[in-house]
Design a protein around this ligand. Sequence first.
Ligand SMILES: [Zn+2]
Length: 347
Amino acid sequence: MTQPRVDDLLCRLLVQCAPEQAVAAADIATGYRSGLVLTGPKPRNTVRHLRRTGHDGPILCDAGRYAGNHPLRAGAGLRRAWTAEQHDLGLVALTDSGFLAPGDWPGLHRLLADARGHPPPLLVMLPLGAGWFAVPAWIDRLVATLNSARLPVAVAIIGDSFATRYVTRGLIRLLTVTVPVVLLRADIGALGAVCHGAHAGALATTSGLFVPALLGHHRPAVLARIVARTPDLARRWPCGCPECGGTVPGDLSPDGIYRHSLHAQLSLGDRLLATRHDVAAMTRSWRVHCDDALSLHEEIAGLMPPWPVPPALRWWRDAQPPSVGAAVPCQSTYNPDPRPRIDRRTS
Ligand SMILES: [Zn+2]
């Protein structure tokens, strides 16, 4: 088994799912430059099954201890046994961190201190309450803290995420760190994050049907209504994925909707991330897509009031790109000295 590396994840759009969905998700992810994030406390059998059945893409395991009715707090620290199990499975370990409530600096320092004692390859999971992003000074301090910790991290934004302007702004600011940041549990904003320099992003399962031209999920009945009411826009709706075969996604089963949505998002990801050594080009492509989707939403709003135009698209389009060459995860010379150097040229 070759040694897994954080760099194996570079500029990938991953699929995050429960173990029950893993086989279906892996079947689709394999056709793209993707991989899986399995959420749950017992991923061992699923990982072994996926490897036995030939899925050789990157896999991360998210213990999810920060979620649920009784989330663990970050101050509880990390379990070495969890990290060891990921390494035993041949994976980059994602730490089993508890929830980081906004402003919980002691919790953050506890996670980083514990992670420093775990062997690489490792991503320190930071399940950040959305409130972290409401205070720009906190994000600046978070960036400084992560830069000095020199450990690659994975971030999940818990609570109201891309619906809130400050989260998009704060996330773009956070992506100026000099260590790799993987964004987990996101929607199509995961692709936006990678286009702004995140090391990788993971699409969580979202109900609804992904409509590429609208860059969002909608109920099939809603898409059917749009199609019926906007004959001039007919060329915008057909989908070329294997589920739809060039037709407008309509009569799909729930499993078919899931597969279509993954195909549509991952193929968009492959197109936008093709220039992965040029973050500026990816940022521009993402903004062009957001702008195009916004125009379409506005056209629909004119024909079908009161159609809600998703504000997150506007925030992504208008966000200031990170200063300096900071969107660097795809280009940087990040070296978690004294750990082995990550060689980005081979990614
Ligand atoms: Zn489709």
